[in-house]
Design a protein around this ligand. Sequence first.
Ligand SMILES: Nc1nc2c(c(=O)[nH]1)N[C@H]1C(S)=C(S)[C@@H](COP(=O)(O)OP(=O)(O)OC[C@H]3O[C@@H](n4cnc5c(=O)[nH]c(N)nc54)[C@H](O)[C@@H]3O)O[C@H]1N2
Ligand SMILES: Nc1nc2c(c(=O)[nH]1)N[C@H]1C(S)=C(S)[C@@H](COP(=O)(O)OP(=O)(O)OC[C@H]3O[C@@H](n4cnc5c(=O)[nH]c(N)nc54)[C@H](O)[C@@H]3O)O[C@H]1N2
Ligand SMILES: [Mo]
Length: 744
Amino acid sequence: MGRKVSRRDFLKGSAAAGATLVAQPWSFVFPENVLAADSDAPVTYGYSFCDMCNTVPKCGVKATIQDNKIIKVESRENYPNSPLCSKGIASLQELYDPHRLLYPMKRTTPKGSSDPGWERITWDEALKTIAENLNKIKKEYGAEKVMFYAGDPKEGRPAIRRLAYTFGSPNYGCESSTCAKAPQLTTQIVYGRPTMGSAPSDKTKVCLIWSSNPAHSGPYGFHKLLASKEKGVKFIVVDPKVTPTVSSLADIHLQLRPGSDGALALGFAHVIIRDGLYDKEFVENWTHGFEEYAEYVKEFTPEKVEEITRVPASLIEEAAILWATDRPSTWIGSACGTAHSSNSHNNHRAIVSLIGLVGNYDVEGAVTMPTESISFNDSATTAFLREADLFPKIKDKRVDTDYFPVWAEIENTIQANRLVEYVDTGAIRAMVMVGGNAMMWPQSQLYQKAIEKMDFSVAADYYIRPWTHNFMDMVLPAAMCYERMAALGNFGRTIYLREPIVEPAGEARSDWRTCFEIGNALGFTKEFWGGGEKCEEEGIKEVLRTLNVPVTIDDLRAHPEGFNIPTEGPPKFKKYELGLLRKDGKPGFQTPSGKMEFTSSLCEKHGFDALPVYKEPLESPVTTPDLAKEYPLILNTGARLPFYTHSKLRDLPWLNQFMPEPVVFLNPKDAEERGLKKGDSVEISTQHGSVIMTAGITNIVMPGVIDVYHGWAKANINLIVPRHFDPILGFPAFKEGLCQVKKA
Ligand SMILES: Nc1nc2c(c(=O)[nH]1)N[C@H]1C(S)=C(S)[C@@H](COP(=O)(O)OP(=O)(O)OC[C@H]3O[C@@H](n4cnc5c(=O)[nH]c(N)nc54)[C@H](O)[C@@H]3O)O[C@H]1N2
Ligand SMILES: Nc1nc2c(c(=O)[nH]1)N[C@H]1C(S)=C(S)[C@@H](COP(=O)(O)OP(=O)(O)OC[C@H]3O[C@@H](n4cnc5c(=O)[nH]c(N)nc54)[C@H](O)[C@@H]3O)O[C@H]1N2
Ligand SMILES: [Mo]
């Protein structure tokens, strides 16, 4: 081990780095003193779970601790998810990164200056300033003018949401406006309940993975899919790219043109109905709008669908027949591939309608709903969130209703993607953000300006991220997962409590504590337990007190291996027959018609297509042929990399080595046509501007499409992504705009 350094030296070193962190280039030299604690200090072990990919549930971690420093992380034994991936192993490099934000900071220059002149302040000053600003806006304009926002990090969400509703603003939104809400709300519209699909069980014969690459995006579950494959489950994978999921699982790979998913799904339905392979009993008794749907899909012959999607007609036939006949078959949906399209809701609706069409809804081995679930919502309860009592009184003041009425009718969190418009119209004047990123929206520069224009804004983060925080008034240091309590983790009916295993760096605080302290400073002392060191624990107790199953914090503490709440009986299936899906206890579905809806009553009510109508992407050779002459390539952005999470982790040396610079992948044919070689510096342009990246050339990307990773501050692809939103649910078209690539 290296040089011995005391804890005091270590903290001194971190503080010095903290003071200069903004101006630093992101060069990271892993300080040897961090991992080498005093060798005579006793070794202890701590148990935690990883938060590096912001996915819940997480992977279990066993940490070796010496002198209040974690010196090693490894997989936790006897834990439902344990394979630590590269990100989990590199979590120590983030924990001990000398660039971390350690203290509250306020800007000292006017907004619009290139350097905010960050100056360290005390927590007391920070909380006082935040409370003064928010209460002033509330008094002058109304509490609803303050937006509360959480990025992809999930753990702080219950706390900030409780803060929003307690303060009196219904305007809590999160990054799911660009992400998982698309499949969730779509299935809710069709079946009355949100789902993103079900992994195969022992009964499953076929698994349809539609635009997801869990080999990269969900390593904790991917090995289970490999095991299903070994047991004989057949896989159909729909993806424009030859991903590792395709190469390791797919029996049939449907390599479609991005954004054409709706047509492909309607083509499946065409074959299934034409051949009489649908579930007649289910369709007759439990569905709404089938005749209209059956009539509509007649035009989607395999030949026509081949023309639209580029998938060979024979493969469409083969896949549709396999899906319909080898039952039970299950579906795994994605928050990305089909969500990020200008017709995302209807495309998704066409896909998920295929589940009911073949009677694969809530059948063992197919797409199932939990029988006795623990009522967690965002890792908390609706009572904890104040969603049940306070939100209904203020919901009329939400800002998104006129823009996205379908969303606003069924979902309490707001659709945040119109932030630019909310600020421009004066509907939003201030923001409290927990772990968000302005670079994640299309035409990010407009969002940065919108944030800058606000009267007041504050964010909590692990780092100062100039592309977001330079436009704000204040940043607060967030404690990382090993340093903080909350939120509860659960795998089905087994609940885990996570307590801090090391002290927070500098003055970093958990997002729960930060939100509770803000609430307290705003005057809601009772609701936030007076703030202070114990308030997170009080918050957890409140979650447990309002849960629908009996469990206390002491139970959880006594069961570090997970506290299991037994079910009352075996799982039940076809719950629509048993009256277990509707609030009134009657058989059927929690939709306006009480049935699974091939034609959506809700969409129709708000003036949208009742059928899942296929529409071409707003930019495509078909819709905008003139634009396509100048910009002939499809701009497909944001596929997940196994070693980065969005913009995060890009400067950790153990991870950065895998892709140190922004890369754009092109098919060899497109590269050759443009005279490009691997490693060339290239300019990617759209009608909104250009960014420079390094060319990678590979035939895993289909001809005519480029594959670009998002989240690079030095080459933010979202600067040039068109600001097209799905008209029904508001998802951005990250995966289908038109572009050109040239040597730079
Ligand atoms: N390592 C890592 N893991 C992550 C994340 C991360 O940043 N890093 N992010 C997390 C988050 S927030 C999310 S939302 C999930 C996303 O999880 P996934 O949805 O599995 O992630 P992607 O890699 O975006 O997979 C989408 C796939 O869709 C394909 N695709 C692109 N366009 C289209 C299209 O038009 N149609 C179809 N059918 N497919 C298309 C892409 O080629 C890609 O293979 O990953 C989560 N996991
Ligand atoms: N072009 C394109 N754009 C996309 C996508 C795409 O596929 N293509 N995908 C979209 C999707 S699906 C998503 S989910 C979004 C992701 O959007 P974001 O979640 O906004 O993106 P991140 O870059 O992960 O930013 C998270 C920030 O939170 C900080 N952070 C991490 N953990 C914590 C924590 O626990 N507490 C606090 N306080 N801070 C924390 C990080 O340091 C970072 O600054 O991007 C969307 N944008
Ligand atoms: Mo996401």
